[in-house]
Ligand binder design. Structure first.
Ligand SMILES: *Cc1c(COP(=O)(O)O)cnc(C)c1O
Length: 346
């Protein structure tokens, strides 16, 4: 769907942070089966893992070429995202030493002020064509700061800067859009798009309904149910006081699993058609739910409770936690058994 939206541009897969917490071992082969050939990881560890999974994939390392990392990168067939002039010089020198052109992506900064060549370094690079000639530049890329806000003036401004800087390095394919950028229109698509969050079911168009299907479901099993009388409190800090007889169900999930403590008194879950609020503080290993509204035979020890479901809950829950769905996904704890639906990797 994203590839179609991007109108013929190559659709890369962002699999940094263990594929946004979902498990790169299963995610990357699934993306490969869907036709994805370019993958981006944050660091070398991610790239080495990816190479073991998909030897033919192009694996790009966003954090760039660290000092002394040249041999490691060529040995692992990795494509560095070159983030400053020094990195370009070193990679280019390495290519000359090896007597072959080495693949690379050049990252230019158009407003993130994080990674990438600042404009004055692009000027300098333009004056030294021999640096680029030693390399096989797959793409010149930049990254959008505000793509999730369609009307933000920063989008058009970054696009303008990107085109102006790109013109100084003529003839090179380009890449600008993350998930949300794909939905800003064809001016933002260029030759390759780099979605992450949308692949994993997050809403790339906040404020409008989610065009993506649900990808992640999070469930837990009730391990105890008790009746709490008026005036009794629930959890640490005695934060919740029952006003009336209340049925409290406890599930074995907590902030140690990435169910953020800021969801105390704010989160909610679902049992069948009933939405049940989180009451009291989220503990390290436990969350308490008010299941008073659920018929007794439908909320017992062993009953499954859904914590993330459908295509809206991820973003919704994140908003209630005061964060974004990206953080909820990447925080999904190592204790959760991950069950993957669909085809086994071949
Ligand atoms: C993480 C990242 C992306 C993907 O962003 P999403 O919002 O998850 O689609 C794209 N480009 C760069 C440089 C990134 O770091």
């Amino acid at each position: 769907m994203l590839r179609e939206r991007a109108g013929g541009a190559i659709c890369a897969g962002m699999v940094k942070a263990n594929a946004y917490g979902l498990g790169v071992r299963r995610v990357a082969p699934a993306l490969w089966r869907a036709g994805c050939r370019h993958f981006f990881t944050a660091n070398m560890d991610g790239a080495v893992m990816l190479r073991a999974l998909l030897p033919k994939a192009r694996s790009h390392v966003l954090n760039g070429l660290l000092e002394g990392g040249e041999d490691d990168m060529t040995a692992n067939g990795v494509v560095p995202v070159l983030n400053d002039l020094g990195q370009i010089e070193r990679w280019s020198a390495h290519a000359r030493r090896l007597g072959r052109r080495l693949p690379a992506t050049i990252h230019i900064d158009t407003g993130m002020s994080r990674l990438g060549l600042p404009p004055y370094e692009v000027d300098k690079l333009a004056e030294r064509p021999e640096l680029v000639e030693a390399l096989e530049i797959g793409h010149v890329m930049s990254h959008l700061a505000c793509a999730d806000e369609v009307a933000h003036p920063m989008n058009a401004e970054q696009l303008r800067r990107f085109n102006a800087l790109r013109a100084m390095l003529p003839g090179l394919p380009a890449s600008l859009a993350n998930s949300s950028g794909i939905f800003l229109g064809s001016d933002y698509h260029f030759d390759m798009v780099r979605p992450g969050y949308a692949i994993y079911g997050g809403n790339p168009t906040p404020g409008s309904s989610n065009p993506m299907n649900a990808v992640v479901t999070l469930r837990a099993c009730i391990i105890q149910v008790r009746e709490v009388g008026p005036g009794e409190t629930v959890g640490y800090g005695a934060h919740f006081t029952a006003q009336q007889p209340t049925r409290v169900a406890t599930i074995p999930v907590g902030y140690a699993d990435g169910y953020l403590r800021s969801l105390s008194g704010r989160g909610s879950a679902r049992i069948g058609e009933f939405e049940v609020p989180v009451i009291g503080r989220v503990s390290m290993d436990l969350v308490t739910l008010d299941v008073s509204r659920v018929p007794e035979d439908k909320a017992n020890v062993g009953t499954w409770v859904e914590l993330i479901w459908g295509s809206d809950m991820l973003d919704d829950l994140a908003a209630r936690a005061g964060t974004i769905g990206y953080e909820l996904l990447t925080a999904l704890g190592g204790r959760y058994p991950r069950v993957y639906c669909g085809q086994e990797p071949s």
